[in-house]
Design a binder for this molecule. Structure first.
Ligand code: NAG
Ligand code: NAG
Ligand code: NAG
Ligand code: NAG
Ligand code: NAG
Ligand code: NAG
Ligand code: NAG
Ligand code: NAG
Length: 579
């Protein structure tokens, strides 16, 4: 198993620190397109529109004047290298309150595509998600991201202890305060050029933030691209602690250095369930429900498990993971979604849920610093306490997002594209499926839901043998460490409505062509039925080669990806369809 995906996953969960950049450029020449990219302009807009807050020191900036050169803590640090020739993007950082800040990237007025995009964060991380802002700013979107009200990564939640205001900022207020502010600056910077649309893109915590924002202000966005939303965070965090306990007590425990057992378990499941949809032997489990049916109650069945070199206790722990947890307290507002069977791979790669280190950072720190309850789910009574405390916590902090807000019957009238990978081991794909149903399911004409077979949490599932097409333009591509920024080159032909769900969303809302490739205009005024997902020759934190090696359509639910053949062309999108 290659470990490329590990860095990507950790970054999405907000668990990595970026290295510092030492790239200081001395040219201060302001390009023609940026004549308003200066302090006087933004300060006067802030004053005349009475926006409050203030411009951060060293802001605005272009690639010739980058703030934070010396800042090690920025999770999504974007180092604007001169060779990218993006000197005509104006960057601004605003302190809305003492702790809430956002950043804006503004392409030159001549190039601006007249769209405003807010991107979300990941995990509990603070700091603007510059990488995802950047990848769209180079495609001429005006982009914004908040710091979620804090400056830390998900490794350190100490800031939340006894700080309900900071917690609320993380939960929704940083976004609620920043979106209208940013829109006011966008309007001023482009001096009355009307926008074609306001959009949102986020995955995981980012998905949750988008839904929470339209609950605060339904007019915030015309369209949202929501990946694997952590909408049910109040249940998911205690449940994550239970998974750690299960791993610890069953011998499923893994660490980043020892993934042998779970990797083997994952490959066993891939092999066992790959053929269940009647298509081809490519390691991708396309029928998760059939796979779960096959496995249910099977721990002693050697026909199923004989080749896996696992103990009964390990199998039972695994089966508990993928089933709804049967132990009490089942009667709480407890998700109990379980996971799709291939999620175990993701859990092993990330190692965060299965590391069994219950005193470690992520899940335990949530209990300790958010709930003020320094216990772990090591028995049913503690489990019940955690769930109850988390429910109480959410009544005041209001972090949970309600998927019913997307059902078209409430005040939000925008369009939503929702997606998940079926091998997501962090935010359960079953939970995302439930969000789809709660949001009105296939009857909701403002909603399009896509399951990406084999994809893990927000990004790819990378093993030596399985590299399922996954990229559909969601956030998370900009995973490379600072120093060498990569972004989706137009030469891939993927920057169009056929391959990129954000562009499809824009075309759906606007009834106009967006994007550049052959598939432009495909979704003009129309809800997408398919998005063609792509896999790359190499993508990840240690190397990037955007040569597209496989393509397959992913299908709007309830349609499913079906194989048409021939087998020799299985990497070609035309060998697949939706039915
Ligand atoms: C950089 O952009 C400017 C303005 O858009 C253009 O004139 C110039 O040719 C570009 N340089 C390179 C190396 O692409
Ligand atoms: C074990 O699993 C196989 C394959 O699904 C099935 O045919 C068989 O009936 C199972 N055996 C028992 C004892 O359940
Ligand atoms: C079987 O599992 C044991 C314990 O996890 C491990 O040491 C051994 O290498 C495994 N054997 C094979 C063939 O995978
Ligand atoms: C708990 O849930 C079960 C199954 O849904 C139900 O039969 C039972 O009455 C519930 N108990 C309480 C105390 O709500
Ligand atoms: C917890 O966070 C600290 C500080 O970020 C980090 O050094 C440590 O490795 C983390 N521990 C675990 C178990 O992840
Ligand atoms: C678990 O995490 C805590 C906190 O980061 C650390 O102090 C401890 O050494 C870790 N324990 C193991 C067994 O890895
Ligand atoms: C950026 O890429 C170049 C060429 O591949 C490489 O020589 C250089 O070391 C990279 N820089 C960083 C900071 O990774
Ligand atoms: C990128 O991947 C393609 C397909 O595997 C390969 O032909 C090409 O040589 C690779 N390019 C680089 C720069 O590694």
């Amino acid at each position: 198993m290659r470990s490329l995906a590990a860095g990507a996953l950790l970054a999405l969960l907000g668990l990595t620190h970026a290295a510092p950049s030492l790239n200081t450029l001395d040219s201060r020449q302001v390009p023609e397109g940026l004549k308003n990219c200066n302090e006087a302009f933004f300060s006067s807009v802030i004053a005349s529109k009475k926006l409050g807050g203030k411009l951060a020191p060293k802001s605005p900036y272009t690639s010739d004047n980058e703030p934070y050169e010396d800042d090690e803590r920025s999770l999504y640090y974007a180092n604007h290298e001169t060779d990218l020739n993006i000197s005509d993007i104006c960057g601004v950082q605003i302190h809305v309150t003492d702790n809430v800040a956002f950043e804006l990237y503004l392409p030159s007025p001549k190039k601006w595509n007249k769209r405003f995009l807010t991107v979300g964060n990941g995990g509990f991380s603070g700091r603007a998600n510059r990488r995802d802002m950047f990848s769209r700013a180079v495609q001429n979107w005006a982009t914004m991201s908040t710091n979620a009200g804090n400056e830390d990564t998900s490794d350190n939640l100490v800031w939340a202890f006894n700080q309900p205001d900071l917690q609320k900022d993380w939960a929704y207020r940083a976004m609620a305060k920043s979106v209208p502010y940013a829109k006011a600056l966008v309007a001023a910077y482009y001096d009355g050029i009307p926008t074609l649309g306001n959009y949102y893109s986020g995955c995981s915590t980012g998905g949750r933030q988008g839904i929470r924002q339209i609950e605060e202000d339904p007019k915030s966005f015309d369209g949202m691209l929501i990946g694997a939303p952590a909408w049910n965070v109040r249940s998911a965090m205690p449940v994550a602690s239970r998974i750690g306990w299960l791993a610890e007590t069953s011998g499923l425990k893994v660490t980043l250095l020892d993934q042998e057992l779970t990797a083997r378990l994952a490959v066993h499941i891939f092999t066992l369930c790959n053929g269940l949809d009647g298509s081809i032997a490519d390691g991708v489990v396309r029928d998760s429900a059939k796979c779960a049916d096959l496995l249910r109650g099977s721990s002693r069945n050697e026909t199923i498990w004989g080749a896996s070199n696992t103990t009964i206790s390990q199998r039972e722990a695994y089966l508990t993971l993928i089933e709804e947890f049967k132990t009490p307290p089942r009667n709480q507002t407890y998700a109990g979604d379980g996971f799709d069977p291939t999620a175990v791979h993701d859990m092993a790669v990330g190692s965060y849920l299965l590391d069994g280190n219950l005193t470690g950072n992520f899940t335990h720190q949530f209990a300790k610093y958010f709930l003020g309850l320094p216990i772990i789910w090591d028995n049913d009574e503690h489990g019940a306490q955690l769930l109850k405390a988390s429910d109480e916590w959410d009544k005041s902090i209001r972090a949970n997002a309600d998927p019913r807000s997307l059902n078209g019957k409430g005040p939000f009238k925008g369009k939503t594209i929702l997606y998940t990978g079926t091998a997501d081991g962090f935010v359960s794909s079953r939970g995302t499926r439930r969000a789809f149903e709660l949001a009105g399911g296939a009857n909701n004409k403002n909603l399009a839901y896509f399951e990406i077979p084999g994809m893990s949490h927000c990004v790819d599932l990378e093993t030596a043998s399985i590299n399922p097409p996954w990229y559909i333009g969601g956030v998370g591509l900009q995973i490379k460490p600072p120093g060498n920024i990569t972004y989706m080159p137009e030469s891939t032909g993927l920057v169009d409505a056929e391959h990129d769900a954000l562009i499809a969303l824009a075309e759906w809302h606007e009834g106009k062509t967006a994007g550049k490739g052959k598939g432009k205009g495909k979704c003009k005024g129309k809800r997408p039925d398919t998005i063609v997902a792509s896999a790359f020759a190499a993508w990840g934190s240690s190397q990037t080669n955007f040569t597209v090696t496989k393509k397959r359509p992913v299908c709007r639910a309830p349609m499913k990806q079906v194989f048409k053949g021939p087998e020799s062309a299985a990497d070609d999108e035309n060998a697949w369809g939706c039915a």
